[in-house]
Design a protein around this ligand. Structure first.
Ligand code: NAD
Length: 509
């Protein structure tokens, strides 16, 4: 059963898509797929609206954006219900998306004036000059987002791009378009001009059109496969881009870990949002001496999780049928190669929707897809290892590098292991967390992405750092300018020897 299915074409001639609720499979709304011309027109309108916004002081932009916070607080129930309708996720997880939006607004509004204010630097050699760095907005930013946190992953980069002085055109996932429209509703409550922030609805064709529509940056969140295409198109058009892509995050459990906390963390890290988090814990390496106890605890806690489509529950459905098929393929292939299912391991027959039981696997190895490819579902494979060094070697035996978590009572060792994991970020004695820690730069290495969002680094990535060098004394000419002469050449040779070849020169430069 498709969650997004064709629904003919409307009076305008545009294709229409129909959505179903992933938990109940009941039909939801229909929407039109916006065309290349629609997207170009949206970018053009945004381009016209941007200069006036960019001319405001940074603090004023932040103040205007923060007018949306009361709306988020007062309308939280409606926002949560709208997110749950499209995703089936438990209400606390939908509310976390709305809380994340409040935090993004407040955090960047408060700190952007400092993060983006001009910096003046003394020049280390050219003492008669002054360097100023000005963080200039880029223009129109295209933001393309996935379905797993459909509100937060659209709202957060939008706030960063806007506070930095850009206009934004957002293309949310076709699986969760109405959560994308919520971003517009919330920003309208702040009286952000309609043309400054626009949403274009549609599938991959609309996303591809946005990349080609003459924007000054693409901020893409999604799969490695699509990210590669977006990167290629941006390269062709010389458009800067960030790619926030998939992961296969490892968890390393040392012999001295607090096993109760580690087991709770493993279950939460693997199964929250039904495992559909880019920084989900996707594989565990536990040291042999504590493997039995750790695994027993994890299985007990996993078996106690409740699946549901209403009321109180921890685990909702998968959101996208194609992802459910990947989950089934990974588990079946692992079983065929000798893995053992300790709990779960099948679709939940009590529901008509896309529910897969939270699953714990053991006796897994690195030949299995479940240890090598992103599963993005409620599956936790546990592998026992001889020691921490073997855990580290296996953790790094992957083409991904988004996030990682390490569990030990020895903080020094924890840091050593965290630094040695090849990942964009790492967490010690906790899991996921990094994206929600607003001050932390977030982005992957290897095939998990290019560039970063969030924090000071992420905010600055929505600007161009323009260097402005000012001559301080106004001399009529400079030593390096014309005319050249043998005397000038000899002087330069002496200077070279002195500046980089003597202790005093090195100290002064
Ligand atoms: P996806 O790549 O299929 O789609 C993402 C978005 O790209 C959608 O809006 C889609 O319509 C659009 N798109 C599709 N083809 C396009 C094209 N040719 N040009 C431009 N846009 C196009 O990803 P998904 O299935 O929606 O999301 C799941 C993936 O997202 C997982 O791999 C997950 O790990 C990743 N993800 C990463 C992060 C992160 O921050 N690193 C966060 C959440 C999800």
């Amino acid at each position: 059963m498709a969650i997004v299915e064709p629904a003919g074409s409307g009076g305008s001639g545009r294709r229409r898509l129909r959505l179903r609720n992933p938990a109940t499979l009941e039909p939801l709304d229909e929407f039109e797929v916006e065309t290349e011309e629609d997207v170009r027109a949206a970018v053009e309108r945004a381009r016209k609206a941007q200069p006036e916004w960019a001319a405001l002081k940074i603090s004023e932009r932040g103040r205007i954006l923060c007018r949306a916070i009361p709306h988020l607080i007062d309308r939280q129930e409606e926002l949560v219900d709208a997110i749950v309708r499209e995703t089936g996720k438990p209400k606390p997880e939908a509310l976390a998306e709305v809380m994340g939006a409040c935090d993004a607004l407040q955090f960047y509004a408060k700190r952007a004036p400092e993060f983006l204010s001009d910096r003046t630097l003394a020049m280390h050699l050219l003492r008669n000059k002054k360097l100023r760095i000005a963080y200039r907005p880029l223009g129109v930013v295209g933001i393309i987002t996935p379905w797993n946190f459909p509100f937060m992953l659209a709202f957060n980069p939008t706030v960063q791009a806007l506070v930095a002085g850009n206009a934004v055109v957002l293309k949310p996932s076709e699986v969760t378009p109405f959560s994308g429209l919520l971003v517009r509703e919330v920003l309208r409550s702040a009286r952000i001009p309609d043309d400054l922030f626009q949403v274009v609805l549609g599938d991959g064709t609309t996303g591809a059109a946005l990349v080609e529509a003459g924007v000054q940056k693409i901020c893409f969140t999604g799969s490695v496969r699509t990210g590669r295409r977006v990167g290629e198109a941006c390269g062709r058009n010389l458009v800067p881009f960030t790619l926030e892509l998939g992961g296969k995050d490892p968890m390393i459990v040392c012999a001295d870990a607090d096993l109760e906390r580690a087991a709770n963390g493993a279950v939460y890290g693997a199964f929250s949002n039904s495992g559909q988090v880019c920084v989900s814990t996707e594989r565990v390496y536990v040291v042999d001496s504590v493997a039995d106890e750790f695994t027993r605890k994890v299985v007990e806690k996993t078996a106690a999780l409740r699946q549901g489509d209403g009321g109180e529950f921890e685990i909702g459905p998968m959101i996208w049928p194609a992802q459910l098929e990947i989950v089934e393929r990974h588990v079946e292939e692992a079983k065929a190669r000798g893995a053992k299912v300790l709990t779960g391991g099948r679709r939940n027959p009590s529901f008509s929707g896309l529910f897969y039981e939270p699953t714990v696997l053991v006796d897994v190895d690195h030949e299995m897809a479940v240890m090598r490819e992103e599963t993005f579902g409620p599956v936790l494979p546990i592998m026992r290892v001889r020691d921490e060094e073997e855990a580290l070697r296996l953790a790094n035996d992957t083409r991904y590098g988004l996030n990682a978590n390490v569990w030990t009572r020895d903080r020094r060792k924890g840091e050593r292991l965290a630094r040695a994991v090849q990942s964009g970020s790492a967490v010690i004695n906790d899991c996921m967390l990094t994206y929600g820690a607003t001050e932390s730069p977030f982005g992957g290495v290897k095939e998990s992405g290019i560039g970063q969002v969030n924090g000071e680094t992420g905010l600055r990535s929505f600007c161009h750092a323009q260097s402005i060098i000012v001559d301080r004394f106004g001399a009529k000419s400079e030593f390096l300018w014309y005319p050249y002469s043998a005397k000038k050449l000899a002087w330069l040779r002496r200077a070279m020897r002195w500046v980089w070849g003597t202790p005093l020169g090195r100290w002064l430069s």
